[in-house]
Design a protein around this ligand. Structure first.
Ligand code: MV4
Length: 598
């Protein structure tokens, strides 16, 4: 076993990995950016190294800085968590070629599965059903029409380098083929540096089912059952559960075995997830995620297996000590992502100080988080601040327990999606487990979400809390990986109105400019005044208005992608659109004018 592991990540997943290390008697090393000096993962680790500025590209994504920190610390392995460098085969190879072990699949396996047509061909050869379509890149619009001739419309054109909803174009009729083919190529080039696209029959209302895999370096491959992640908003998972309410035992066994065959054929090791679409009792391979996933927790809860600990053991050369028959699914579990977002403002990311943080407890409740009361939640990284995982003997018990736990959850100072989760727990389709991937985007409407916020977070949308307060400032110093902290109190300074609460209290007035020092990658993206500007650097995914359109306050005018998140750009002001200055695929900088309204 390793003696020291560096965790190349932040937040709850970094702490999750360190907890596994702790149980294995392995010492832990954190890396952190300027924005994370007081981060939970830094507090948890045995030692911590500053690897650069807030901007992820200059810190958490900087290969050399991470490897340099591992060297300084004398670590013997690197765990990437999820996001950041986790699926970067180039980085994995650098680690493999260094003196450190990579806790993850080999760079070769990551490459075999990273290109979608390669992965489809590999799965097909391994007798894993794939969505009908091409296993070669499509060269022309004619190739798209050929798939439609065989299977009918709609068809999906997908970017070879895509994933998570980026670079996906749905074509409903022959007239749309040319345009969408070109758009898909252009987007693939813009987002992934790869204009190559392929074609699949488009399934209209599938369930998203994914199978957890563990594989060691001795040829053992096990599946740990499936998770159902059908409840998604704009390709962002919201609530995940295990087992899926949509599968029977027969289909469950078939999908599990198919996933095993597929990763075995890919010579895969460590933890991974095989994603499928399921429709009308049929399942189809979609893609493999070559990392630990956010929602691995629900699998752990129903199998009793510690997936992260097994990642570390397998990377250290240990053999899986259980057979497939030993894996039993017992009970039911759900994960609720606690995101700092204002649900009624199209889930716009929120920032601010966590003045109250009082998470639930009791039977069946697991909290995976890395925050504590008093923390500043900045806008530099993704908005998930915690995960609430609720487990019970069956789905009905989980629903009741989750209602109870979410009601106990007390967070003040920052907006969260808790009211939205509470709404889902009263929703008939979700309670029945009949929802598909289309459900949140196409069926659940805005007024229900607004009503949920009114009901469960009324103070958040009415208060105007800018009282005087005591500000505690903590300075930290790092010396040889050991950290020293100095605290100072500042009194009589008026609090700066921040984030969601103050902005939400005056929905159509001018927006109060946030001033928390975090101007990199910030994700509160509302236009003010007459022009709607980009409040962060990113790529325009789509433009929803044309010149001459009338808009109302709160309307989404375009979608901006940054930090792998799709963010709605919402206008604060109503009026007529007089200029549209951006188009799909454009790169924009913070402050760029996107749309002008009069
Ligand atoms: C599909 C599909 C239907 N048919 N492919 C979205 C994410 C990207 N990785 C693939 N996605 C989809 N691919 C075919 N042939 C539907 C989706 C999809 C989806 C998939 C999983 C979870 C949520 C989704 C929401 C919309 C579309």
């Amino acid at each position: 076993m390793f003696s020291k592991v560096l965790v190349a990540n932040r937040g709850e997943i970094a702490v999750r990995v360190m907890r596994a290390c702790e149980e294995l008697g392995v010492r832990t090393v954190a890396v952190y950016s300027e924005a994370d000096k007081h981060g939970g993962h830094v507090r948890y680790a045995d030692e911590a190294y500053n690897i650069g500025p807030a901007r992820a590209a200059d810190s958490y994504l900087d290969h050399e800085s991470v490897i340099e920190a591992a060297r300084k610390a004398g670590a013997d392995a690197i765990h990437p968590g999820y996001g950041f460098l986790a699926e970067n085969a180039t980085f994995a190879r650098k680690v493999e070629e260094s003196e450190f072990k990579w806790i993850g699949p080999s760079a070769d396996a990551m490459e075999r599965l990273g290109e979608k047509t390669k992965a489809r061909a590999l799965m097909q050869d391994a007798d894993v059903p794939v969505v009908p379509g091409t296993t070669e890149p499509a060269e022309s619009a004619e190739d798209v029409k050929a798939v439609a001739d065989d299977y009918g419309y709609p068809v999906a054109i997908k970017a070879e380098g895509g994933g998570g909803g980026r670079g996906l174009k749905v074509v409903h009729s022959e007239e749309e083929v040319e345009d969408q083919f070109e758009t898909a190529q252009r987007e693939g080039e813009a987002y992934f540096d790869n204009a190559s696209v392929y074609v699949e029959k488009y399934l209209e209302a599938p369930r998203h089912i994914e199978v957890q895999i563990l594989a060691d370096e001795h040829g053992n491959v096990r599946h740990l059952g499936e998770r159902d992640c059908s409840l998604q908003r704009r390709h962002q998972k919201v609530i995940e559960e295990a087992p899926s309410p949509a599968l029977d035992d027969d289909l469950r066994a078939q999908i599990g075995e198919a996933a095993r065959r597929g990763v075995r054929a890919a010579n895969y090791t460590n933890a991974g997830t095989v994603e499928f679409l399921v429709e009308d009792g049929e399942f189809y391979f979609m893609e493999v995620n070559t990392r630990i996933q956010v929602e691995h927790t629900v699998t752990e809860e129903v199998t009793g297996l510690d997936v992260v600990k097994w990642q570390i053991r397998v990377a250290a050369g240990e053999e899986l000590d259980f057979s497939q028959d030993d894996v039993e699914i017992d009970g039911h579990s759900m994960e609720f992502r606690i995101n700092a977002e204002a649900p009624e403002k199209n889930f716009a990311p929120a920032t601010g100080k966590l003045t109250t943080y009082d998470p639930p407890g009791g039977i069946g409740v697991r909290m995976d988080d890395a925050v504590r009361q008093g923390d500043e939640i900045g806008g530099d990284y993704d908005s998930m601040i915690a995960k609430l995982i609720v487990t019970g003997s069956d789905r009905t018990e989980v629903l009741a327990r989750a209602e109870r736990a979410l009601a106990e959850f007390d967070i003040e100072g920052i907006r969260t999606v808790i009211p939205f989760h509470r709404l889902m727990l009263t929703d008939e389709a979700f309670r029945d487990g009949t929802h598909t991937t289309k459900y949140l985007d196409d069926v659940v409407d805005r007024s229900r979400i607004e009503a949920a916020v009114e009901r469960w977070a009324p103070e958040a949308v009415t208060s105007n809390d800018d009282d005087e307060e005591v500000t505690e400032r903590t300075f930290s110093v790092e010396v040889n990986g050991k950290r020293f902290e100095v605290s100072l109190e500042e009194r009589g300074v008026p609090a700066i109105p921040v984030g969601g609460a103050s902005a939400a209290s005056k929905p159509s007035g001018p927006r109060t400019r946030r001033d928390d020092g975090g101007d990199d990658g910030q994700q509160v993206i509302e236009g003010d005044g007459e022009s709607v500007t980009a409040e962060m650097q990113g790529t325009i995914l789509s433009v929803g208005v044309d010149e001459g359109d009338d808009v109302e306050p709160g309307d989404t005018v375009c979608v901006l992608e940054a930090m792998k998140m799709e963010n709605d750009v919402v206008t604060e002001r109503g009026g007529t659109v007089t200029q549209v200055l951006v188009a799909e695929g454009d790169s924009v900088d913070m402050g760029d004018v996107l749309i002008v309204i009069e």
